[in-house]
Write a protein that binds this ligand. Structure first.
Ligand code: SAM
Length: 215
């Protein structure tokens, strides 16, 4: 579900003429596969050029590279390690190099969300877009069912908290995402689907893509 919603939002966010894309915390590559397949289906197979796939865990990175190179031969794919909790320059990411930064179920893990959003902003060129597909907390302070296991992870417990938009580690509400992005140099924030509009009727729907433009 996150991959499908994220792919729709990311395809929309990519400029008509295409551009360089970097994915964060790509895991085994299922999010990249969904986005690249969606671009193919839209006749925009060459739009993500290059598509730089990054991940922290070397084993995930190796497996994703094998899978994606086999699935999309000839595509300008790049692979490299990147820790979203470290300056992206350490991973060889040049300022302003990307049109789209993409992440599926990863940016909420950031220990210091302001610092990570700052690195993402620096990696984007003028008008560049960030799209994150995330499990979204429908109501502030109310746990989401998948958190029972995730709460055991340090990333959920050790986050730098910020009143107003980072009251807890882990998942954020749509309003907290909006505030976090606006407080850290992004504009035109959109949440798809509009969780705030549907949460009273379908509180169990907790997946959304959040997009924002580098201000
Ligand atoms: C919930 S998984 C999501 C994986 C993939 N995006 C997906 O949706 O299938 C979170 C991913 O973030 C990676 N990760 C964890 N901490 C990270 C960090 N500090 N920097 C970059 N990636 C990280 C994990 O290795 C894992 O692949």
């Amino acid at each position: 579900m996150s991959n499908a919603i994220g792919a729709v939002a990311a395809e929309r966010a990519l400029p008509a003429g295409g551009g360089a894309v970097i994915e964060l915390g790509g895991g085994f590559g299922s999010g990249a596969e969904a986005l690249l397949a969606r671009l193919d289906a839209a006749g925009r197979g060459a739009a993500a050029a290059p598509y730089r796939f990054t991940e922290l865990a070397p084993m995930f990175l190796r497996r994703a590279e094998r899978t994606l190179r086999a699935r999309f031969p000839g595509r300008p794919l790049e692979f490299g390690a990147l820790d979203i909790n470290r300056p992206f320059g350490e991973a060889g990411i040049a300022p302003g190099a990307y049109s789209l930064v993409y992440g599926v179920n990863v940016v909420h893990i950031a220990r210091d969300l302001a610092a990570t959003l700052g690195e993402i902003r620096t990696a984007l060129g003028d008008g560049g877009m960030l799209v994150v597909a995330e499990c979204v907390r429908p109501f502030a302070g109310r746990p989401v069912y998948v958190e029972l296991a995730f709460n055991l992870l340090g990333a959920f417990r050790d986050a730098v908290l910020v009143p107003g938009w980072r009251p807890n580690g882990g998942f954020l509400t749509p309003e907290q995402w909006r505030s976090a992005l606006e407080a850290n140099g992004f504009a035109d924030v959109a949440v798809f689907p509009d969780i705030a509009a549907i949460r009273k009727v379908i509180p169990q729907f907790v997946v959304a893509a959040i997009s924002a433009r580098r201000a």
